[in-house]
Write a protein that binds this ligand. Sequence first.
Ligand code: PLP
Length: 379
Amino acid sequence: MENPIYLDYNATTPIDSEVAQEMNLFIKSHFGNPSSSYAMGRFTKDAINLARKHVADLINANPDEIIFTSCATESNNLAILGVLKAQPGKHVITSAIEHPAVIEVCKHLESQDYKITYLPVDRTGRINLQDVEKAIRPDTALITIMHANNEVGTIQPITETAVIAKKHNINFHTDAAQSAAKIEADVSKLGVDLLTIAGHKLYAPKGIGALYLKKGINIKNIMYGASQEKGLRPGTENVINIIALGKACEIAKRDFDRNYQTMLLSRDRLIDGLKSKPGVEFEINSDLSNSLPNTISIAFNGVDAHTLASLIGNEIYISTGSACHADSIEISPVLKAMDIDLKIAAGTIRISTGRYTTSDEVDIAVEILTKTVIKLQTK
Ligand code: PLP
């Protein structure tokens, strides 16, 4: 197929054309250093501040609560390490299904004598609030739980966890890299102290992220340099990517309802399409009623997901839920934590739709998947 169908929007998104237009303007005409006091510098500084407002508006924060970073990984590092540098306490609570951008920070902390509680999840990937309560210790300095999972789409009970964190006076961070712009991520409703945003998951370029830091929450910088971003993220600002993130957030807020419907309709059309095909056996790994509107973690019985992915690889872009090694299959830590049977995990692919997914693309994808899965299931 000339143009393969892109169904991997959780991996990354294309840059929105309005965003690209805005970037072009800055590439061509506005290169001033925002720290310069003359007009060129003031122009880019104002543009950054407008972008800050757009990011803040998307999550219902104040512009001065937004710190620009280079990506979600950096935002997570700054949130977790920055809180721990500023607060006493050697204990952190997280979940077993966080992205490596949180898990690996926690593993590093373990090597620095911190204790980490990795909360288990149920069969749908949700943490249990009683487990949160039980895990709290006198020295707990931070709770970090992702808003929605990248592989299975499960949405965590963030608002309820925030109530527990507040009751015990513990800082609470959420990684909203996958949720912001797909579902409502309102910091005031969620009740979080810190929240991570990733540009390239919401139609801005790669290499830009943001951290929401609630007014009054004390964190320390983890990089050293000049005073940009209140000294919490020193280094001359990535003006082009920052204005791109701002524009992308403005569009995400403006078109939220339409994009939500597109994602949901395409997700459901795909599942209904597969259900209507006799002979295709599959299971959905998450609870679709409590999941991102675009994400399907789907296991085809008796199929090796890597074989499937490679057979359809020229026609549909999707990702798999396991890593293939020389003589064994290693299932993803997320599916493992959900206690998904090895055979089911080995047949799991992730399909994630986006704002540009069309009904025609979905229908073609259903036909290709059906044909290929039936071939593999009857082998
Ligand atoms: N957090 C989550 C939930 C993600 O899905 C990702 C990327 O897939 C990240 C963090 C890391 O994003 P980046 O690689 O842009 O830093």
